[in-house]
Design a protein around this ligand. Structure first.
Ligand SMILES: N[C@@H](CCC(=O)N[C@@H](CSC=O)C(=O)NCC(=O)O)C(=O)O
Length: 283
């Protein structure tokens, strides 16, 4: 790795006997400087890694500050890596005008439509570049699981379905399940991928499952009082596609919970234990 691409530590904080660090590095995928957070549990246990993908408007810090994940991650000996949600430091046309497109809204795709195609390559970043960087920079096990929230839940499901064998488990909190059929997804995919709706299906969980992609088991947490439930998230579309395709799905509908990090914080312990079980199972 050239010096330019060496990650630089921005901060380090002790939490539940582990270490929470922020790093920045020059990314080959996005051709920008990227920042990520990593929680390293105590001890020298070569921890397995959960990658957490956050939602619209987030940075690498929302999960870190609001999910309340580190007591359990510390107990389980689990590392957690939180990338940013888009490239930063650019000034593309209308990039910063809306919360649901451009900065803070990379949708974990590799854009093909100019001018986004040069930098908005968050899929390559989270599936290839970031894991390689983590393995070369930290003493981790090389075993990964993936989860995320909303736009990041969509990202986690798509990354798992498109990369058989790369992740031991996948879960999603309030994921956008069928972005080609909802306002957030249509807007983002038209911008990043252009007008060919057929090409969008390669980045759409429901379409990928209908096309025969599968994962051993998909776990979803969803609040019943989520104000984005029907219009943007559409868990029923995921349930129908999974039933039709024979895809194993646990869809936990959580009575009265909304879309916020209060919901995530309420169920993150169950979720981390689920991933730790999968990551520790080496059969
Ligand atoms: N500002 C928007 C909604 C923004 C929002 O709710 N963002 C969520 C993720 S939504 C899907 O990806 C989020 O995680 N926000 C950050 C947080 O810390 O809560 C609106 O008002 O509609």
């Amino acid at each position: 790795m050239s010096d330019m691409h060496q990650p630089k530590m921005v901060s380090e904080t002790r939490v539940f006997e582990g270490r929470l660090q922020r790093w920045s590095h020059q990314s080959e995928s996005t051709r920008t400087e990227m920042t990520f957070s990593i929680f390293l549990p105590p001890g020298n246990s070569h921890p397995s890694v959960l990658i957490w993908l956050s939602g619209l408007t987030c940075t690498d810090e929302n999960f870190v500050q609001k999910a309340g994940a580190f007591r359990v991650a510390s107990e389980l000996g689990l590392a957690i890596v939180c990338p940013d949600t888009s490239p930063r430091g650019l000034d593309l046309p209308e990039e910063h005008d809306n919360y649901d497109f451009g900065s803070g809204a990379g949708f974990y795709v590799d854009a093909t439509n100019p001018p986004w195609d040069v930098h908005y390559r968050m899929y390559s970043y989270v599936t290839r570049e970031l894991p390689a960087l983590i393995e070369s920079s930290f003493d981790v096990s090389g075993r990964y699981s993936i989860s995320g929230h909303s736009m990041g839940g969509h990202g986690a499901l798509v990354c798992a379905l498109k990369n058989p064998g790369q992740y031991q488990s996948v879960s999603a909190f309030a994921p956008i399940t069928n972005p080609i059929q909802c306002p957030w997804g249509k807007k983002a995919f038209q911008g990043y991928l252009g007008r060919d709706v057929e090409a969008w299906k390669d980045w759409d969980t429901v379409s990928l499952i209908k096309a025969g992609r599968s994962f051993s088991h998909i776990r979803v947490e969803q609040g019943t009082k989520d104000n984005f439930l029907e219009e943007q998230l559409q868990p029923q579309a995921l349930k129908d596609a999974c039933e039709e395709a024979g895809q194993a799905l646990t869809l936990n509908m959580r009575e009265g919970y909304d879309h916020s990090y209060f919901f995530i914080a309420s169920f993150i312990e169950d979720d981390l234990r689920y991933h730790a079980d999968a990551l520790n199972n080496t059969e």
